[in-house]
Design a protein around this ligand. Structure first.
Ligand SMILES: Nc1ccccc1C(=O)C[C@H](N)C(=O)O
Length: 713
């Protein structure tokens, strides 16, 4: 069986390679490596300063005192805390080394690619069982680590009526994922996680290299901070004229030519020049200039060029180019999702505030000027320190961030024991990794970045045009009153009295593509007597998540009512469409007056837990709140399978990101636990895009599997 090669040289992968399987443990379990990385014998990743790599030692009474640097083994759970030793700032993973005083890790890592079940590669099919997972795709050679059983979210407390579920959502049996981030709920949490203001405020001291920073997202539900409370920010960009140069507005995170080359790449360590300017065309904000993008600045490559079209580049509305000292405005930005960028210096620091409060670090939070709270800590604030650079710092410090595999153990540098500035900085940095993970084009191999998205749009559009030209169709059939509530039917030439219907829900991150690019699978299926239905729905920003889910459900109810000849529905969705299809699976049909005869579901490279999406550029257009994300997360509304429950195939691409792969694995596991007949398919040699494009070919393995499923039912 061909091994899937993991996306090379991401901070995650490279660290895992360097450190061997032990690092996998700490990444997953959330602990750090006692004694620091040096003690673990792990080579220093590129981009980390020596000091950052060694780890900073807490100078105060920290419960995680361990043996001094150099004496730790670096293996999970093997170092016992030593009361007299300097503190490492992190904690051992598990076992007796964890002091009782601290709660167990509450968070589950987003990055969890190793636990993929067995896969079906082309020509081979294999049932999946969660327990007997083979070596993870791309895992380094070495002794196999025993894997903990997949974790599930504890049952959620019941939500108040009216907020607990979207219309039609069936309440799940409590199969729920654990909370991801150790953040307060609601807008505050979100703001705390991704405050562009504070992120940019640290300017060149950001935990991320400049090329990887992104502008703050609009946070409509967060109240704008009064201008007086903000302070001018030096980003250090003035010293580096970005390309363009005009206007004095700078878009952080859209790297200029010079900066991009330094961006760490999830693809190729040392691939200098890869990961540069995407030419203004990468869809969404994302970590521009990251991997998978076009070659860097002075080198060959598209450079600033035309985007893939207005639909695909909402981020393109953001100001670009320019140089100088900028200050992001974290407040709501009606002009665009990316936030407004203003020249620094327009707001003066409040001279009334103590100097330490003006610095804006954690001490500011302790001060009387924040939240009106009394000062909690009397320690004299110290000067800010250089921040670590590079995303590798996250892994290097023990899978840090509450969402990346553990909770940060950095303590405030004073003696108050509150999480210190390191903690918040790291949390702010972590979403940058999420941006990568939720940018499928960055993981594609054939084409990268924007080119991959463009090619996909072209492929599915051309495929649909071919299908329309060669098939009997009934287009733009309304299933509701809204503009987007239309569907296209591709019908067999001589339909029998009854026929199966393959209902396809397109992807595009709920904001792109349409039913007009969703008929490409028709020729292969219609030729075998299967009707194909391409469902349209109102994408964002017109449609919001609840509405899209409802529309897709309605389309199914419409088909069931309107076409009595349909002998069985086979639901298929790709990417965001897989999410919508999965939401259909947990529908309470009583309010629709009909129960569609769904006999099979094929969920391809989907997103089943929307919470991580909240922290990425994808949410710029979606504007989901945490509640919306939760009630529309299939992971959180898995229902107990009933005898009539359909067969589910969860497919994921070899070159999907680890996050996408994790989501597929966990969702299939959750379905299985709830009694569904589910298979997980890990398709070799395909990426997020061609995994679905190839449905236009009859010889494609997924086409064959679908035809097989239909024939069996
Ligand atoms: N899933 C898709 C389906 C269709 C078109 C685009 C997408 C994307 O995910 C684009 C995303 N911004 C990316 O970086 O790949």
């Amino acid at each position: 069986m061909p091994m899937t090669v993991a996306p090379s040289a991401s901070w995650y992968t490279s660290l895992r390679r360097q450190a061997g399987s032990a690092s996998m443990v700490f990444l997953r379990e959330g602990g750090g490596e006692p004694g620091g990385r040096a003690a673990a014998g792990v080579p220093r990743p590129r981009g980390l300063t020596g000091r950052a790599w060694r780890g900073r030692r807490c100078r105060t009474a920290c419960p995680w005192r361990t043996s001094p640097a150099g004496s730790g083994t670096g293996r999970a759970g093997t170092a016992a805390p030593a009361a007299s030793a300097p503190c490492c700032g992190t904690q051992p993973v598990s076992g007796p080394a964890r002091p009782r005083s601290l709660p167990p890790p509450r968070s589950r890592p987003y990055l969890f690619p190793e636990n993929m079940g067995p896969k079906i590669t082309c020509g081979q099919s294999q049932p999946v069982s969660g327990a007997a997972a083979p070596a993870p795709a791309g895992s380094p050679p070495g002794p196999a680590e025993p894997r903990p059983p997949p974790r599930h979210r504890p049952a959620q407390p019941p939500r108040p009526p009216g907020t607990d579920r979207a219309p039609g959502n069936r309440p799940g049996p409590g199969v729920a994922a654990p909370p991801h981030l150790d953040l307060p709920a609601g807008p505050a949490g979100r703001a705390g996680l991704h405050t562009g203001h504070r992120e940019a405020a640290h300017g060149s001291r950001s935990a991320l290299p400049r090329s990887r920073r992104v502008p703050p997202r609009a946070q409509p539900d967060a109240a704008p901070r009064p201008r007086a409370a903000r302070r001018p920010i030096r980003t250090g960009l003035a010293a580096r004229p970005a390309n363009g140069g005009a206007g004095g507005r700078v878009r952080l995170g859209r790297p200029g030519a010079g900066r991009a080359a330094a961006a760490p790449s999830p693809r190729g360590r040392g691939r200098k020049g890869v990961g540069a300017e995407v030419g203004g065309a990468c869809w969404g904000a994302g970590p521009r200039g990251g991997p998978g993008a076009a070659p860097a600045g002075p080198g060959p490559g598209p450079g600033p060029g035309p985007g893939p079209g207005p639909d695909l580049d909402p981020g393109g509305q953001r100001p670009r180019g320019g140089s100088g000292t900028v200050r992001p405005d974290p407040g709501p930005t009606p002009g665009g999702p990316g936030g407004q960028w203003q020249r620094a210096g327009t707001a003066r620091p409040d001279p009334e505030r103590p100097r330490w409060a003006r610095l804006g670090t954690a001490r500011g939070r302790h001060g009387p000027t924040r939240s009106g709270s009394a000062r909690l800590c009397s320690a004299r604030p110290r000067r800010r320190r250089r921040r670590r650079h590079g995303p590798g710092a996250l892994a290097a410090h023990g899978g840090g961030g509450s969402g990346a595999g553990g909770r940060w153990r950095w303590r405030c540098r004073c003696r108050c024991r509150r999480p210190g500035p390191r903690s918040r900085r790291s949390r702010r940095a972590f979403p940058q990794e999420l941006q990568q993970q939720y940018s499928p084009s960055r993981w594609a191999r054939r084409l990268r970045g924007d080119a991959a998205v463009r090619a996909h749009v072209e492929a599915v559009t051309a495929g649909t045009q071919r299908a329309r030209a060669s098939t009997r169709t009934s287009l733009h059939v309304p299933y509701g009153e809204e503009d987007g509530e239309r569907l296209d039917l591709y019908l067999p030439e001589e339909p029998s009295e009854t026929f199966p219907a393959f209902v396809y829900i397109h992807g595009g991150y709920w904001q792109s593509l349409s039913k007009d690019a969703s008929g490409f699978a028709a020729p292969a299926l219609v030729a075998r007597g299967v009707a194909v239905v391409a469902v349209g729905y109102d994408t964002a920003p017109k449609g919001h998540m609840d509405a899209m889910v409802l529309q897709v459900r309605r389309s199914l109810a419409f088909l069931a009512k309107q076409y009595s000849g349909i002998r069985g529905i086979y639901l298929c969705g790709h990417s965001a469409g897989a999410h919508l299809a999965a939401m259909v699976l947990c529908t309470d049909w009583t309010e629709f007056g009909v129960v569609p005869d769904i006999r099979g579901a094929v969920l391809v490279s989907g997103v089943y837990d929307l919470e991580p999406i909240l922290h990425t550029y994808v949410n710029d257009a979606l504007n989901m709140s945490r509640e919306v994300a939760q009630r529309n997360s299939p992971m959180l509304c898995v229902t107990q399978a009933v005898p009539t429950a359909c067969e589910v195939l969860v497919a994921v691409a070899q070159h999907d990101s680890p996050e996408f792969r994790r989501q597929s694995q966990e969702y299939s596991q959750a379905l299985r636990s709830a009694g569904w007949a589910v298979s997980l398919l890990d398709l070799a040699s395909v990426d997020h895009f061609d995994i679905i494009e190839k449905l236009s070919e009859d010889t494609y393995i997924l086409t064959q599997i679908i035809l097989n499923m239909i024939a069996r039912a």
